[in-house]
Design a protein. Sequence first.
Length: 395
Amino acid sequence: MKVRKENGKLIVPDQVTIPFIEGDGVGREITPVTQGVVNEAVAKAYKGKRTIGWKEVFAGEKSFRATGSWLPDETMDAFREYIVGIKGPLTTPIGGGMRSLNVALRQELDLYVCLRPVRWFKGVVSPVKEPQKVDMVIFRENTEDIYAGIEWQQGTPEAQKFLKFLTEEMGVKKVRFPETSSFGVKPVSIEGTERLVRAAIRYALANHRPGLTLVHKGNIMKFTEGGFRNWGYALAEREFAEEIKSGRLIINDVIADAFLQNTLLKPEAYSVVATLNLNGDYISDQLAAMVGGIGIAPGANINYDSGHAIFEATHGTAPDIAGKNIVNPSSLLLSSVMLLEYIGWNEAAAIVTSAMEATFESGEATSDLARFMPDGKSLGTKEFGENIMNKMNVS
């Protein structure tokens, strides 16, 4: 049975079907481990009353070999129909065509929020002194900014045409080396800003988080990133005036480079962050490094209006270690926790999270993390998943 959305709410059947893309490279290892862990947590939490049926759909290299298409229409149709899905890492085709399968999925389904929660797990070694102070949720705008892919390559007729328009029609004199420049356009809209900031504020209020920070480079890009800042404040003041007045919502902003510094010096000052696409890319990876690395960084792409959501591993396909049973599945595991929380199966989500932390606390992890732990014990990918299942408890 399928997740559906009615009257603004997700309706989740007890026997729910979730489409998944296995992923390329290490995706073939982390996906079955993740499904096994999730199935065990659901069984322990609900004693058979709730189950997940996994429906495989195709994208990436596996899809191209089987169908000749990197992203078949049937896959897009399945994500549209079933509302909620999950995916492993995907190879981006080399040469012409789409820039990125991940970007294509986000844009086709208008998944305008890239949601990246960042927290530290006990037992994981961090490069910072007090990683327990890092507890942030990043709302990264997913459809605009330079990721819109509006570019013209140097030396092409299109680039020359664009240059002519800039200089002759718009009076632009600031292109330093016009004949050898490539060009890109950075769209940032009021609508795109407002729906992102609205979703971030609703999340902060629903989860009793102390405030929202708008991160931007509006001091330099005054009409795009500066617009993001101004439109974000305006939306908050217009739609959440009572929450601001009562102190339930505190909203502020910070320049992106200062934010990167501040998160190292006083990470506890930030809770929920809303930012543009490129800033969000940098920010989420830096924060992940502060709590142990991209290997334990989950992520989701969500349209809070339609309900559509795809949860994903945030790392790449890692072909150099694929098939060796050493890859860390934690990113996809924690993304599956986000999926469980999204559909309201919080008990199962908590079981996975607690078991993962118990594993890390015992000094057991895949080699990328275990090698830094005092007396760390390195586990293979499959063995790490089995260890998590063995540590599952129902409170």
